[in-house]
Structure formats: C-alpha cells, structure tokens
Design a binder for this molecule. Structure first.
Ligand code: HEC
Length: 277
C-alpha cells in the first residue's frame, strides 16, 4: 500500500472511531473516574496491608533481625570495613548490568549503554508514525511480533546472565599476593599474607603503588619498601586509623572501619614489606 492510500485508510478508521464513540461511548466522568478511584484505593489498601503484616509478623520487639512472614525489618549494621561486598543492582537492572560487562570501558561502553538504548527508544517512539495501518490482528503483524519476541528473549537472556555473573572483585590483585610474598620475603608470615590480601582489595592501590601495581594519586608514596622505614606496627595502625594524626595534613582517608584485627594484619604486611630481595 502506498503512503497516501494508507493515510486515507487511517482517516477512514479514525472517522469510524469517532462515530463509534458518539454512539456507544461512555463519558469520562463518572465512569472512568470511578474505575480509576476504586483501583487506586485497592492498590493503596494492598500496600498498607502488606506493610502491617510485615511489621507485626516480625518476632520479638521489632528491633531484631529475625525475619517475619515478609522478611526482616532491619539488616545487620553496615560494616564499612567489609572487603567482600559485591555491588550489584536490583534484579530488574540485571540486563543493563550485563550489557556493561559485554561492552568494555572505554571504547565501546558509550555505544552499549547510551547509544544502543537510545536507538531502540527512538525506534519505539517512531513506530506509530511508521506503522500507520489499522491492522491490529497479531497474525497479520509478523514484524512487530518477531521484534517483541526478540526483545523479550534478549532481555531474558541478559537478565539471567546478569543474575549468575560472578564478580572479579580485586581478584586480579589478590592473585599477585604469592608473588609479592616471595619477592618481599614474607611468604612464611601468615598475618602479613592476610594483610596483603586486604591491601589488594581495600582500595589502597587506587592511590599507592606496590611492586609496580596500582596508581599514584594525591601524591601517595610507593609502599614497596614501606617496612624499610621501620616505623613499627603501632605507628602503621595509628596512621591507618587516622592518617592526619601522625602525618599532619594527610589527605589519606581513615581506615578505622576495618577493625583492629584487620588493621593489625595490614600493619604487619606493611612492616614486612622491606623492598624486593
Ligand atoms: C585516597 C588515596 C589513598 C588511599 C586510598 C590510601 N592512601 Fe595511604 N597515603 C595516601 C597519601 C596521600 C599518603 C601520604 C600522606 C601520609 O603519609 O599520610 C599516604 C601514606 C601512606 C603510608 C605512609 C605512612 C608513613 O608515614 O610512612 C602508608 C603506610 C599508607 N599510606 C598505607 C595505606 C594503606 C594500607 C591503604 C589501604 C588500606 C592506603 N594507604 C590507602 C593516600 C592514600
């Protein structure tokens, strides 16, 4: 069908629609409004009901982390020193999350996360202007059907892949720990090794360098031979807890949240790092 014919057809259908409305239509007030009001009240009532069940089905004094029928009220207090937290989006963003793994920073990530979704959205907006036929039977709209099925399948697959994706949080750096231990000669010191693993995942290497790994930021010194300064475990712990208290004006953030045991391991590792043998 040529475009002009299509437009004529569309006008005819629209005319028909207006006549149908006149003959059989119902006014917005009160019919649609009543309908919307009842549905909104039902939704609010369901949410309120769920909130009440959630709160009052929780055992104890409501301040425990024991789950009630609909899950627990409170989570454990956040641990700022956690080293195995894996940031993940809610499940309905898994498909976008997985796109970020397919498209790697920097060359293709803009295409994958901004370009592709924008093109798809523009196509969606354009569809009413392209597909102006009055046909609504699914069997006569193969392109639309195939496109929707493909969208559902690809989002499903991406969501699944996102859900089962494993995180490689700092694992590349942790894998270097045995090499570090050998080069620096602390392979026999379990606490130093634990500290080295912590060092690899706690973000220290965002500012510091160590045996050629990491990046220099804010003028942070190389730590390959930090132990050769012989500042001592106590100094290292104090510095990690509050860098500015021992090195005035230090822009290094406090790592007190790691807790005493982990700071001790880090300090042991730093003091054991006397430079490559
Ligand atoms: C945001 C950047 C940054 C991060 C992250 C960071 N540091 Fe630092 N660090 C610095 C800067 C800047 C200095 C120099 C000023 C100072 O000594 O406090 C420094 C100094 C140090 C020193 C030398 C102290 C001395 O006087 O000999 C040690 C040891 C150290 N950092 C260990 C660590 C460890 C371990 C971590 C991770 C738990 C870490 N840093 C994370 C910026 C950072």
């Amino acid at each position: 069908m040529a475009t002009s014919e299509r437009i004529v057809e569309r006008r005819r259908v629209f005319q028909q629609y207006k006549e149908d409305v006149k003959e059989r239509g119902k006014p917005f007030y009160p019919f649609a409004m009543l309908h919307d009001t009842i549905m909104s009240l039902v939704v609010v009532a369901v949410i309120t009901g769920l909130a009440i069940v959630w709160k009052y089905s929780t055992p104890g004094d409501h301040h425990t982390v024991e789950p009630g029928w609909l899950g627990k009220l409170y989570d454990e207090p956040a641990d700022p020193g956690t080293i195995n937290f894996v940031p993940r989006p809610d499940w309905y963003f898994y498909f976008l999350f997985y796109l970020l793994r397919i498209f790697k920073w920097p060359p293709t990530v803009v295409i994958g996360t901004v370009g592709l979704p924008t093109v798809l959205l523009l196509i969606l907006i354009a569809i009413p202007f392209i597909d102006i036929r009055a046909e609504r039977r699914l069997s006569r709209r193969p392109v639309a059907i195939v496109a929707s099925i493909l969208v559902v399948i690809s989002m499903g697959v991406l969501t699944y892949k996102g859900a089962v994706a494993k995180e490689a949080l700092g694992t590349e750096l942790v894998a270097k720990v045995p090499t570090w231990a050998k080069k620096e000669g602390f392979a026999g010191n379990q606490q130093a090794i634990a500290g080295a693993k912590l060092f690899a995942v706690a973000g220290c290497l965002n500012c510091h360098t160590y045996l050629g790994e990491g990046g220099t930021n804010l003028g942070a010194p190389d730590l390959t031979a930090e132990g050769a300064k012989n500042k001592g475990i106590a100094f290292q712990i104090k510095h990690l807890q509050n860098p500015a208290s021992v090195n005035p004006g230090s822009p290094m953030p406090s790592f007190a949240g790691l807790g005493d045991a982990r700071l001790k391991s880090l300090a042991t590792f730093l003091e054991a790092s006397k430079g490559p043998k």
